[in-house]
Design a protein around this ligand. Structure first.
Ligand code: TYD
Length: 144
């Protein structure tokens, strides 16, 4: 079960910018999920030591909301809502990519030492994944 707290446009991916406190000692970015995200965070995980030619993702989620952040390095995210494909390059720790349910995503072109933090709206549930692209297209209403 998801916990939607804000009436953001929840059917399309979009990018958020988080605040940054900077001084001579460096940068600090902060996120208050109940204010800054369109869902409450019930899980976080991170991808790291991803080989340059590896692809992650390759699935959609039925109900899960996620926010992807490049804490270090950079990588590309291909997002397919069934009708249009959009490509994002995440390269700043102040930027979050919100992925609502029912979008197919592929993560690729990880630069060495990249870290992808994922904030997720629910605990891990293998049954929430759609791993077959044709099934995704049917469920998204693209094909009968
Ligand atoms: P997966 O979601 O397929 O990775 P990605 O989308 O980044 O390519 O997960 C890879 C493996 O890790 C899979 O066996 C399930 C496991 N896993 C968990 O046990 N808990 C989690 O929260 C996540 C995200 C994955």
């Amino acid at each position: 079960m998801n916990h939607i707290v804000k009436p953001y446009p929840l059917t399309h991916p979009y990018v958020l910018e988080f605040p940054q406190a900077s001084d001579m000692r460096g940068h600090l970015t902060y996120i208050e999920p109940s204010h800054d995200l369109p869902f409450l965070v019930r899980r976080l995980y991170y991808l790291y030591a991803v080989p340059p030619h590896a692809r992650r993702g390759g699935h959609a989620h039925r109900t899960l909301f996620q926010c992807l952040i490049a804490l270090a390095g950079s990588f590309d995210v291909m997002v397919d809502d069934g009708f249009a494909v959009t490509r994002y390059t995440l390269a700043q720790p102040t930027v979050g990519l919100i992925l609502p349910p029912m979008v197919w995503r592929e993560l690729e072109h990880f630069r060495p030492d990249s870290i992808c933090l994922v904030l997720a709206s629910d605990e891990y549930d293998a049954g929430d994944y759609i791993r077959d692209h044709e099934e995704f297209r049917r469920l998204a209403g693209v094909t009968p």
